[in-house]
Design a protein around this ligand. Sequence first.
Ligand SMILES: O=C(O)C(=O)C[C@]1(C(=O)O)C=C[C@@H](O)C=C1
Length: 284
Amino acid sequence: MKVGYLGPKATFTELAVKKVFERFEHVPYQTIPGCMDAVSNHDVELAVVPLENALEGSVNITLDYLTQVAELPIIGEITIPIKQHLMVHPQNAESWQDAEKIYSHSHAIAQCHKFLHKHFKGVPYESVSSTAAAAKMIMESPEQNAAAIANELAAKEYGATIVERSIHDFDYNHTRFIVLSEQNIDFQVLSGSSHYRTTLMVTLPSDQAGALHQVLSAFAWRKINLSKIESRPMKTGIGNYFFIIDLEMKLDDVLIPGAIAEMEALGCSVKLLGSYPAIMVDLD
Ligand SMILES: O=C(O)C(=O)C[C@]1(C(=O)O)C=C[C@@H](O)C=C1
């Protein structure tokens, strides 16, 4: 079985893939939409993409491409700890404090803002497609004294020297990845997790006073625990938003279908994005 992931080799996404899909073939894609297209085009059976970071919040491209273009079912979730390190070409190891540019994924840069402000005030940073792509880039141009923010595996894979470890601003730094597939693959068997989450996409009727309150009531009185609610623009006009709602339970026959029916009766449109086992793994 082939698993697509945000590449190149040694991204955090690959770390998550290696933990859970060790036995399968891993196929890197340069972008998150590229990973999802690979599932839709049947080039891979599964794809793993980042969804949410504890410090920086949602990965918007994942949410938007999933809800508005790819429409693939979420079949699982993997959460891993994230440790960001600063690395340079070995040739620049002595002069890393004079780095003239910092490269990384936008989420990784955001996770290290305090560090960058303290040590590299005024130094420009540039976001690239992934942390591993940044590590690879600085190794290809040693003449530019540039640094990358990436993980330990990327330093090893591309031969960079880590000059500062754990530069993320808060200790609790975890990222949630989702597993997407159109096939009937049992992620519960693969992951061994019995903790389930259900994700819904809810679009409210336009201009209806109290609509969001009524939606939340449909969950509240059924005592369905929500772990996340987030709005994203529908991209049809200012003020037009839909909601992504995570429920801390498995899709059942009564409570969630009841809540969905109630929301639909209120004029909402509701789409089930997935009801899936969620696993938290350690990397050590
Ligand atoms: O660039 C990587 O290594 C990724 O796997 C992407 C990504 C993200 O999109 O949030 C994954 C985990 C970290 O939060 C930083 C970057």
